[in-house]
Design a protein around this ligand. Structure first.
Ligand code: BG6
Length: 493
């Protein structure tokens, strides 16, 4: 792979929540990589802001530690680290306390050619006051960008409230709502696969596709993460990441790769999702919670045992499976089975496009009918694409058919490091490129579909079904698809 490094315009990136987990684990390592690759240099600045009373030097130590802990050893380089650290400075600022806000101004440069971006890695209830002070203190510019990230609400109403707060100050073309799945190379590859090849588009519809499966499996647990119990798998994974994947699979070809052209098409899919509510919810959705079990050869505790005392008895789901349908011409009658969960056997995300059977087989039935083609798009790990085809089993013995994958493994095809999602997204903000960010109407359409499911679960008397850690979720999730005479793709691991 020959990557093209196009340097971006110099910037002032203000990161609110600079001592938090997201900054340490994701944002600093991502910016370090882009700096190392020469996409920006010492003309740019990264300004950390948070409540902790740190000096510039102390924040720079935090930056060095983050690089040591979260950048692969092969890419840790002392000289580059010191150059990178030299662009990082710090402002101690409680965003709700006006008296501290003046200090940020000393770090921001007035040159209009320097792009100004504010990354709000803070709780959503602080978005409103932060945006207001940005304006009040005259740090706002019409070309400044603001970056926000989930949880962007816990339902439609709260999401509207958050967006209203932000949009009092920033216009929609200045708002970058991150869904980090859109920054993943393999997710962007869905666009290339569908729209840069002639092969698939003519058969990408209900006439040729039987159903679609989207699995996002994780082996990690969630009970020790404070936020998770408030959220659950439906809000944490389905409302954003999985729905975005579904949109990229199902959308019509946009007229161009322009951000709004793309997002218009995604929005149409979201608005065509068949509502699931009331009685339908128990038929078309499954929610589970993990019991103790064994994952990756080690014993793990149940979700309940991981929770702090005050949360015991929680009915938060750690697994969801849904049979979704898209009510439009292209997809009528094609189910999209989606599932995601914690403490599943492995970390594995993939999309399976299951094509229909051939209409008539000329081959000897005694040898078994040809299996329908399948396209498996592996999001992570072992990124790649497999197209399962029928071929003749070589050698004598008549015409025996065998299913074999045409296997495109990214690791074998490309030798360069695959950039992390945040690398692309953080610099797209500077470029002013919004394609990989969610527009407000998309977000709200996603909540509109999710809310009735959540409401039905909340008013149900039953708790999520238990599943043993290290298995593929409750048996009801298997029944959900088998009831329709189909099975989950079994090769996933
Ligand atoms: C986050 C969720 O958005 O995505 C986490 O809050 C989840 O619960 C994570 O583990 C998964 O991201 P990735 O990139 O590891 O697949």
């Amino acid at each position: 792979m020959s990557s093209r490094i196009i340097p971006v315009q110099p910037f002032d990136y203000v990161v609110f929540g600079a001592t938090g987990d997201l900054t340490k684990r994701k944002l600093i390592p991502a910016l370090y990589h882009r700096f190392m690759d020469g996409q920006f240099d010492e003309q740019s600045r990264i300004i950390g802001v948070s409540r902790s009373k740190l000096s510039d030097a102390e924040f720079q130590t935090l930056v060095r530690d983050s690089i040591k802990s979260f950048v692969e050893k092969a890419y840790q380089d002392d000289k580059t680290t010191e150059r990178f650290v030299s662009v990082c400075s710090y402002v101690a600022n409680d965003v709700t306390d006006e008296s501290n806000w003046g200090d940020l101004g000393k770090n921001l440069r007035s040159d209009p050619k320097i792009i100004r971006a504010f990354y709000l890695a803070i709780a959503p209830d602080l978005f409103g006051p932060t945006c207001e002070y940005i304006q009040k203190k005259k740090y706002y510019r019409r070309d400044a960008r603001v970056v926000i990230e989930k949880p962007l609400g816990h339902d439609l109403a709260s999401s509207i409230a958050i967006n209203d707060e932000v949009s009092k100050i920033f216009k929609e073309d200045q708002v970058y709502r991150i869904d980090h799945y859109l920054g993943k190379e393999t997710v962007q590859n869905l666009l290339a696969l569908r729209f840069a090849n002639i092969l698939f588009e003519p058969i990408w519809n209900s006439a040729h596709i039987d159903h679609v499966q989207i699995t996002v499996a994780e082996s990690v647990g969630a009970g020790t993460r404070g936020y998770y119990d408030e959220s659950g798998a439906l809000r944490d994974m389905v409302q954003n990441h999985i729905i975005q994947l579904l949109c990229l699979v199902a959308m019509e070809p946009p007229a161009s790769d322009d951000a709004n052209a793309l997002r218009d098409e995604k929005l149409k899919v979201l608005r065509s999702l068949k509502p699931i509510s009331g009685q339908e919810v128990s038929k078309l959705t499954v929610r589970g919670q993990y019991r103790a079990g064994s994952v990756d050869g080690g014993a793990v505790a149940s979700y309940q045992d991981e929770l702090p005392a005050e949360k015991k008895g929680s009915r938060t789901e750690t697994f969801v499976a849904i049979k979704a349908e898209i009510e439009n011409w292209r997809w009528a009658g094609v189910p999209f089975y989606i599932r995601t969960g914690k403490r599943l056997p492995s970390r594995a995300s993939e999309i399976v496009i299951q094509f229909r059977n051939i209409p008539h087989s000329i081959f000897d039935h005694a040898e078994g009918a040809p299996r329908a083609n399948r396209l498996v798009i592996r999001i992570q790990p072992d990124e790649g694409v497999k197209l399962f085809l029928m071929i003749k089993d070589p050698g004598p013995g008549g015409m025996r058919l065998r299913e074999v994958p045409l296997n495109l493994s990214f690791a074998q095809t490309f030798t360069e490091r695959t950039p992390e999602a945040y690398e692309r997204l953080l610099l797209d903000v500077i470029r002013g490129q919004q394609s990989l960010f969610m527009r407000r109407d998309e977000l709200e359409a996603a909540w509109t579909w999710i809310d009735p499911i959540r409401e039905a679960w909340n008013s149900a008397t039953d708790a999520p079904q238990q599943y043993m850690s290290g298995t593929w979720g409750p048996t009801a999730a298997i029944a959900l698809i088998e009831r329709d005479g189909r099975t989950w793709h079994e090769d996933i691991n």
